[in-house]
Design a protein around this ligand. Structure first.
Ligand code: GSH
Length: 213
């Protein structure tokens, strides 16, 4: 299998965590200036906006991290635990929460910083930070039940979104269960491999990477 993505990309991590957890071999095809062919592949196969990650599984090409994980769970017996049918609706629902209300909201702040590094729209960033705090409060009573058993679609979504969201808007002391969940997820070997591989790129984090994790 080949996974098109980047070692510092949160959605790439989401797919990688699933691949690592299932013990599936893959080659990371990095999106960088040295590999224009990889960028061309993603432009062609990465959906309407040419986004990554994109998985090429022996000619079956899948974009969207969630769809990649669904594909792995359906097509590879050793990955079936990522999305057990009896819990599928509940897991898909929480996956949507982490993508739509944590990861994508965190990206509003990051993208605004990239758009105007010297004069970002701080009001827009402040609104997004407020939404993150709202998401944290919603997740707090639910966090204690996550990240305890085998990795599922939800842990794949939760780990990278909480990792980077916390860099943008630190999870407060009013959300101890969510903080503990983030710590548990960061300690997963599947996640640790992603964090370690991304170390050399930390300097590129537009808001400045904190000196932790
Ligand atoms: N909804 C997509 C989001 C993917 C996404 O936002 N990928 C980012 C990298 S983390 C990307 O492709 N950025 C480059 C671009 O937007 O051109 C998914 O779940 O895979």
């Amino acid at each position: 299998m080949e996974l098109y993505g980047h070692p510092f990309s949160s959605y790439t991590w989401k797919a990688q965590i699933a691949l690592h957890a299932a013990g599936l071999d893959y080659r990371l095809k990095t999106l960088d200036p040295g590999h224009p062919d990889n960028a061309a592949f993603v432009a062609r196969h990465g959906g309407p906006f040419g986004k990554f990650p994109v998985l090429d599984d022996s000619g079956t090409v899948v974009f969207e991290a969630t769809s990649i994980i669904e594909h792995l769970a359906a097509r590879h017996e050793q990955a079936a635990f990522l999305l057990p049918p009896a819990r599928a609706a509940e897991l898909r629902n929480l996956d949507r929460v982490f993508d739509n209300y944590v990861m994508n909201v965190m990206q509003i702040v990051v993208n605004e910083q990239l758009r105007a590094p010297d004069a970002p729209d701080t009001a827009r960033q402040g609104e997004a930070r407020e939404l993150l705090r709202k998401a944290y409060a919603w997740l707090e009573p639910r966090a204690g039940a996550l990240g305890l058993g085998p990795v599922t679609l939800v842990e794949c979504a939760a780990a990278p979104s909480l990792f980077y969201a916390d860099w943008v808007e630190e999870i407060g002391d009013d959300c101890p269960e969510l903080k503990a969940l983030r710590t548990r997820l960061n300690a997963l070997p599947e996640m640790r491999a992603c964090i370690d591989a991304a170390y050399p790129y930390r300097g590129y984090f537009p808001l400045g990477a904190p000196n932790r994790d």
